[in-house]
Design a protein around this ligand. Structure first.
Ligand SMILES: Nc1nc2c(c(=O)[nH]1)N[C@H]1C(S)=C(S)[C@@H](COP(=O)(O)OP(=O)(O)OC[C@H]3O[C@@H](n4cnc5c(=O)[nH]c(N)nc54)[C@H](O)[C@@H]3O)O[C@H]1N2
Ligand SMILES: Nc1nc2c(c(=O)[nH]1)N[C@H]1C(S)=C(S)[C@@H](COP(=O)(O)OP(=O)(O)OC[C@H]3O[C@@H](n4cnc5c(=O)[nH]c(N)nc54)[C@H](O)[C@@H]3O)O[C@H]1N2
Ligand code: SF4
Ligand SMILES: [Mo]
Length: 681
């Protein structure tokens, strides 16, 4: 049978942004999905999560292929199929009515990173809601907090390109779990190790990455600023700093030295729970390495002092002049390189808004949906590319909002997620195999093109088609609403930015990806920083001292809950699949001391409770966590479908904001008790 091969890219919110090849047979069926062997980072391999994309999503029996209208109470998951035309008409009529009666700010669009394609997530939908004057939901939940801390010191967030980890001879994986969350970069770290590099992990949880590393330090959560200042203290007192680099390229050294003076090794050990000798060894190894790379990701930012943690860490490569060396410094997200070079403004057209828009922080969606005094109160919620009933903190409040009968809710989805169960109308969405898209990456520097490989099943509709259609039905006559996906693609690439020099649509179509035109070797701050005076602001790092101590313990909730990413799920995506259930669980990791104090044995059913909720799951008793810390996998649904265990982490998390405006998911305090109930597994 004749087959054709179509190039594309994984849509997930994953730094690896794999390049893939879809094999399609002559009936138009996708028969294989493989990693592109020619893409350097992908190296021919996708991951556990996405290897099953064809049967778990594209051809899943659970896939939604027809629009559905709710027939039972909200959340019950009772729906009846309706026609696409009827569904879209009803949505247009309801939105027009709500905008007229309550003002367009009563309409809340909620989308996030289900697909990171620029067309599917940041073009027609954004134009539509801007033109409507709907509320605007700030995308704060992942990344901006860490970015705020890094740019407060360095003026920019990107730093070292992650792939340059191969040039480092010490890699500090600080609050990240790349063996699970950034697997293809982990391979690059292993190749650095095969050339003699050492890998140190700093994480309160003994993750898979920690087990595979050369050393693992387990700080108390949220005390990494103290650890960084403690290292700065030793670098300064032992005269291991790069005086020339500090004089030429930084300001605020004296303030930093004053702040660090308080973080003597014994006090730092007290605050962080890391042995003094380990802190000394880490500082000495760091100073001696040429170069050392610090890999930061996202998990560590989810504390009230999240930005301060990143700022304090940012001081270390500036103090040691690590940025002089190829592969030395800090590696964080690469997406700002694409954001500044692609024509995203042309895609989004924010200027279509009739006036200033109401801003809602996505972390506090629960408040936005339930506050009767907000002006105007929320009347409609339009969700695509996200599952807020699972991923947003303080779920009890979010679900109270979703359960409102007077909140007109539309969810555009592949499967009946927890959020979709609350919808008035569910619309079937196309998968990455069925639409065109242009993808940036946040873990490498290749721009990717995703070509449609197969026809959408049933009534499945892409995000761009959906909002193009709704624009027409609502009488928006601006010509931008007739742009085709090819027009949008051309718009995104219509930029004279030097990073895009040499990038052509023809090459992207032929090859699937093309690297941004960046200078090599990439030593971004070797000769100064992108701040107004070209100097790193060490005084900003010094300010982290003010929040370096953990908050006083509350005796009612003595255990700190960390909710971390799972190996077989992508945020809440795939939590419904059988492969996800394969590991058993969900589990709560609990230290043997904390378990003994509560007469809990390994495998016991337990209740985890705090002021927000009580959830039931099993204890996994081990030294995987520090005493005083418990950990749960984030992403589990709490609906009633197979695979759901009613143990979603965000039932327990508060909607407190970080110092960077993000979600302080990890500032969650709980207690645990054995429960006698037999669990349904
Ligand atoms: N398999 C898989 N891959 C994914 C995802 C997924 O869900 N599954 N999600 C993707 C997304 S959206 C993101 S943002 C990334 C996230 O990628 P990571 O940031 O690597 O993942 P997390 O599990 O959120 O957090 C990493 C680690 O931070 C630790 N941590 C928490 N608090 C502290 C602290 O105070 N100090 C220190 N030192 N460490 C701390 C946690 O224990 C955790 O092990 O992964 C992406 N890749
Ligand atoms: N407790 C706790 N909570 C967390 C985190 C944590 O570590 N702990 N991590 C946070 C982080 S870092 C992140 S990034 C967020 C992730 O939050 P989200 O980006 O909302 O993540 P997902 O759960 O993957 O939900 C994406 C949904 O989009 C759908 N989707 C996929 N492709 C398409 C498409 O083309 N069209 C449409 N219409 N839909 C599509 C998927 O089926 C899926 O249900 O969660 C945050 N929440
Ligand atoms: S989720 Fe990440 S590792 Fe898996 S295929 Fe997608 S980009 Fe690659
Ligand atoms: Mo994320």
């Amino acid at each position: 049978m004749a087959t054709r091969r179509v190039r594309g890219a994984c849509p997930h919110d994953c730094p690896d942004r794999c390049s893939w090849i879809v094999t399609v047979d002559d009936t138009g069926t996708a028969v294989a999905l493989n990693g592109n062997p020619d893409h350097p980072l992908t190296a021919g391999r996708l991951c556990t999560k996405v290897n099953g994309y064809l049967h778990d999503r594209v051809y899943s029996p659970h896939r939604i292929t027809r629009p559905l209208r709710r027939t039972g109470p909200k959340g019950s998951g009772e729906f009846a199929p309706i026609g696409l035309d009827e569904a879209l008409d009803e949505i247009a009529t309801r939105l027009t009515g709500i905008a007229a009666a309550d003002g367009p700010a009563a309409i809340i669009p909620f989308s996030y990173e289900g697909t990171q394609g620029l067309l599917q997530s940041k073009s027609m939908s954004e134009r539509f809601f801007a033109r409507l004057g709907a509320a605007e939901v700030g995308h704060t939940i992942c990344g901006p907090t860490g970015g705020a801390g890094l740019s407060a010191v360095n003026g920019f967030t990107v730093g070292v390109l992650p792939e340059d980890a191969v040039h480092a001879n010490l890699i500090i994986v600080w609050g990240a779990n790349p063996l699970v969350t950034n697997q293809h970069l982990w391979a690059a770290m292993l190749s650095a190790r095969s050339r003699g590099a050492r890998i140190v992990v700093i994480d309160p949880v003994a993750t898979r990455t920690a087990h595979a590393a050369d050393r693992h330090l387990m700080p108390r959560p949220g005390t990494d600023a103290a650890l960084a200042l403690g290292i700065a203290h030793l670098l300064i007192t032992d005269d291991l700093v790069d005086h020339e680099f500090i004089a030429a390229h930084t300001t605020g050294f004296d303030e930093l030295a004053t702040a660090a003076a308080d973080f003597t090794p014994d006090r730092t050990a007290d605050i962080t729970g890391i042995a003094e000798s380990d802190i000394r060894t880490l500082a000495a190894d760091y100073a001696a390495a040429r170069p050392a790379l610090i890999r930061l990701m996202v998990g560590m930012e989810h504390h009230t002092n999240g930005a301060a943690l990143y700022a304090a860490i940012a001081a270390l490569p500036a103090l040691t002049g690590m940025w002089r060396h190829h592969g030395g410094g800090i590696a964080y997200h690469t997406s700002p390189l694409f954001n500044r070079s692609l024509n995203l403004d042309g895609l989004r057209m924010a200027h279509l808004a009739p006036g200033p828009r109401r801003r809602i922080n996505m972390v506090q969606l629960g408040q936005a949906l339930t506050d009767p005094h907000s002006d105007p109160p929320a009347r409609a919620l339009i969700v695509h590319g996200s599952n807020p009933a699972v991923i947003v903190p303080r779920q009890p409040l979010v679900r109270q909002g979703l359960a409102r009968d007077d909140l007109f809710t539309v969810v555009h989805e592949h499967v009946l997620t927890d959020t979709a169960r609350y919808a008035d109308i569910v619309l079937p969405a196309t998968t990455q195999l069925e639409h065109l898209d242009l993808m940036k990456s946040w873990g490498h520097t290749d721009l990717m093109l995703n070509l449609p490989a197969i026809a959408p099943p049933g009534d499945a509709i892409s995000v761009t088609d959906l909002f193009r259609d709704l624009a027409t039905r609502m009488g928006f006559t601006e010509p931008c609403f007739t742009d085709t996906d090819d027009d949008l693609l051309a718009t995104a690439l219509n930029s004279a930015h030097p990073y895009l020099h040499g990038i052509t649509l023809d090459h992207l179509r032929e090859n699937g990806w093309q690297r941004l035109n960046l200078r090599t070797p990439h030593t971004p701050y070797a000769a100064g920083f992108p701040t107004p005076d070209n100097r790193a602001r060490l005084h900003t790092a010094a300010r982290a001292a003010a929040t370096a101590l953990p908050p006083p313990a509350d005796p009612r909730w003595p255990l700190q809950l960390l909710s971390v990413k799972g190996l077989r799920s992508m945020n809440s995506t795939y939590a419904d699949t059988t492969q996800c259930a394969r590991d058993g669980g969900p589990w709560l990791d609990l230290h043997p001391d904390d378990a003994a104090a509560r007469a809990i044995n390994d495998g016991d059913p337990i209740e985890v409770h705090n002021q927000h909720a009580t959830i039931t799951l099993h204890a996994r008793v081990s030294t995987r966590v520090r005493p005083g810390v418990v950990a749960i996998m984030f992403g589990t649904w709490s609906g009633t479908r197979a695979g759901d265990r009613g143990a979603a982490a965000n039932l327990l998390t508060p909607d407190t904001l970080t110092d960077g405006g993000g979600s302080a998911f990890h500032d969650t305090y709980v207690d645990v008790r054995r429960c006698e109930l037999s669990m349904q597994v």
